[in-house]
Design a protein around this ligand. Sequence first.
Ligand code: BT5
Length: 313
Amino acid sequence: MQETRRRVLDAVADGPATGPALAEELDVSRAAVWKHVEALRDAGFEIESGDDGYVLESVPEFGGPAVEYGLEAPFDVEYHGSIDSTNRRARELAGEGAEDAVVLADEQTGGRGRLDRAWDSPSGGIWMSLVLRPDVPPAHAPAFTLAAAVAVTRAAREAGVDARIKWPNDVMVTGEGGTERKLAGILTEMEGEADRVSWVVVGVGINVNVDSGELPGDAPATSVRAEVGDVDRRAFAQRVLEEFDDLRGDLRGVVDAWRENASTLGKRVRVETADGVVDGEAVDVTFPGTLVVDVDGERVSVAAGDCEHLRPA
Ligand code: BT5
């Protein structure tokens, strides 16, 4: 949100504030104040104007300005009611030099998972992509995926959903009979030189206020609605962004936070990697997100792959 508009919004939230007083305080014309108030109303903020001045009555349920308002993290949010893919748009913004930008959508028509798999994104979810320009080598980029998984898991647990991370990027809920259902997935993309990344895009897809019937049938999936009922999507998105912002400041510390929120360690796993299948017990995760599997007494490190939790032998 543009700086003056943000200050007008903060002032009417603490209101009442009169147009002339605001104009003087912000050093702009009264017409400019009025334009900002109208723009905020267009964005869904209910602003009453009484004898004492403007007062904020309500905040829109969801959208870019709604998520930015009261957000304790430095992200600018670009909102789309419907878009093909927020990661596609975020990469475009990254190419234009954007930093700490978030592309958020109510619905995606061409959402993508890893390895070009499709990601179903019906209206009611949180589909968002963060554009970052961290000063780190490309090899550290996987830690951002872990950080996003931790952020989503913490926000989900705060909302009452018993979520745990499955290595590396799946946020799962275990139901009766031990079936794990996918609540959220993360897709990290980046561009970089040998020693430093240019940008990282972290795409986060969370099934929030959507029916399980709208989710894919090829693998078990669940939503916040299916687990605990509908929640305030604005607050949920804000919590994810705030947790992520905290975590990214200490990338090495992310691994500890990940261990605390994951269910993979100690499990028998089968990991499909580009070089073949690794079968064994998941014993550790090391920076920046490498899974260590004990295969018949030998420790095998896996940087990337699809992980399946197996039932104990
Ligand atoms: C992921 O891929 O889990 C990464 C998903 C990232 C989606 C976000 S949404 C915002 C941003 N914009 C994008 O275009 N993408 C990102 P992967 O681990 O490859 O899992 C993909 C598999 O999950 C699919 O093959 C399906 O089996 C399953 N799946 C698809 N849609 C799902 C959904 N909504 N909920 C649960 N599972 C789903």
